[in-house]
Design a protein around this ligand. Sequence first.
Ligand code: DX5
Ligand code: ZN
Length: 229
Amino acid sequence: MTMTEQKNLLGAPPARPLIAPSILSADFGRLVEDCRDVLDAGADLLHVDVMDGHFVPNLSMGPAVCGSLRRHFPEVYLDVHLMVEDPGMFLEPFVKAGADHISFHVEVVDDPIGMAERIRELGASPGLALNPETPVDAVLPHLESFDLALVMSVHPGYSGQAFIPEVLDKVRVIRERFGDAIRIEADGGVSPETAPICRDAGYDVLVSGSSVFGSSDRAGDIEAIRGRG
Ligand code: DX5
Ligand code: ZN
């Protein structure tokens, strides 16, 4: 994959669903080895979950971890998911640390389109996230300015929660409205069992934490989540 193709990873409809392991479920004591292993097993990009202990009741990682990943994996697409109350504070530090894509939550931002423009000016791709209880109408007026809609399929904060199927209605509405012009990312509870309904509803980027990192057959698990065709 060339650098240009890689930088545009979320900018064009993928031929097949992209698989994005969430490093939140990696063994932090051997993060690089664990990430290399899932990439060798077929993952397309890495999903970096950032939590501030305010927007969600958990803490995870900051730009330094993103910077380490960038140094160890110069060509891997890094998809940063900001679960923080003040995402504007973290755009520049994460892009400087090597983020290719940054998603932030609609629930905490007054001017999502302005924030998307800032992300593009910094040289990254913008994504707009919404929680399971947030109506799709909260994002529809803004999505034209984004490369990706992150439709949370669990309540954000922790890996290993059960998939919430009710969110699929929002995915269908976004896919119907925007067609191939936008990527739609599933995040939470995605496994070989839940992936088929995700793909059918229109998700085309599938984040998976505990299922992929916890698997004894990561390559098989990734291919099962991706599905055939
Ligand atoms: C949830 C995070 C997810 C999570 C996914 O707050 O945004 O990325 O790590 O983990 P699983 O796949 O285990 O639900
Ligand atoms: Zn996430």
